[in-house]
Design a protein around this ligand. Structure first.
Ligand code: PBE
Length: 298
């Protein structure tokens, strides 16, 4: 008698677990359906010319379940405002983003799985220079070649720049990190007002690096000019000798197409930072974990 009772328990328990599992699976499906409809099958995006916008368009092609999805291209500021607003009202939102970014410190966010890897894996940010820079401006070239910092360093500048202009945030970081700068500038001699044209992309990550570099080069005696442009224009400027160098190429995926397009017309000085990534994010209260959970447009 006793024995069969236990046997019954053994058979019943797993079944009830399976049922529970099914139920939560259905809920996730419903939530995914509702959320996809509520966001009108649209990713809240950033600037049209950005790497992540292109990658997200590719992602929509890669996944059958994203049929009919669109990306609302606006601006990084627009994306952040939409995210802030949605979270304030606990509404669904699915946005393109990247790491490092202060939104991860400000909100409880989830990065959606991307099993097809449409957005690429972890990337590095590389330094590129125009052909001939080493001969023309060897002192600056040496610094660029050595320049390498950590995500924590960049984050410090970006966070500070929430309150004060980037130039000042970069100056604060330079003032506090003499040891790192000494490593980059070792063996470089001072120059007397030579011009240097640094080309950057307009996102905070690169505004942080290029403003720090501008100060380091200025301190060595260069007259630095800093221009922010779209990624493709940045590659073109360096390739056509209109700019001296850039610290902003995210590779191999984000700017991979531009890198290939201009390959051979610029010099690759290697990574200046590693561990960055493109992401699709949702607020943590949304019951969606993967890009694959989303539903096609009806
Ligand atoms: N981002 C993320 C750049 C590089 C990757 C916004 C900083 C972009 O998408 O172009």
């Amino acid at each position: 008698m006793k024995k069969s009772k236990y046997r019954r328990l053994l058979t019943v328990l797993p079944i009830s677990f399976i049922l529970l599992g099914c139920e939560s699976g259905d809920e996730t499906q419903d939530e995914a359906e509702n959320a996809s409809e509520a966001v009108e099958y649209t990713f809240t995006g950033i600037e049209a010319g950005s790497g992540i916008t292109e990658l997200t368009l590719g992602m929509i092609e890669d996944y059958d379940n994203l049929e009919g999805w669109e990306i609302n291209k606006s601006s990084t500021a627009g994306m952040i405002t939409a995210l802030d607003r949605a979270i304030e009202n606990e509404e669904p939102i699915i946005a393109t983003a990247w790491s490092p970014h202060y939104i991860f410190a400000e909100h409880d966010l989830k990065i959606l799985d991307d099993p097809k890897n449409s957005l690429g894996e972890e990337e590095t940010i590389k330094t590129i220079a125009r052909q001939g820079l080493e001969e023309d401006k060897p002192n600056a070239y040496k610094i660029l070649d050595r320049f390498n910092w950590d995500i924590e360093d960049m984050q410090e500048v970006m966070l500070d720049a929430q309150e004060i202009p980037f130039e000042e945030a970069a100056q604060n970081w330079v003032d506090d990190n003499g040891d790192k700068i000494a490593e980059w500038t070792e063996g470089s001699e001072e120059v007397d007002g030579e011009s240097f044209h640094l080309i950057s992309t307009p996102w905070d990550t690169e505004r942080a690096s290029s403003n720090v570099m501008a100060i380091v080069l200025q301190d060595l005696g260069y007259e630095v000019d800093l221009t922010n442009v779209d990624p493709v224009v940045m590659f073109q400027a360096i390739s056509e000798d209109e700019g001296d160098a850039s610290l902003s190429p995210w590779l191999p995926t984000s700017f991979g197409a531009y890198y290939e397009k201009f390959e051979g017309q610029f010099e690759d000085l290697g990574p200046n930072m590693s561990g960055v990534a493109n992401t699709i994010i949702v607020p943590a209260y949304m019951d969606i974990d993967s890009v694959e959970d989303l539903k096609p447009r009806k």
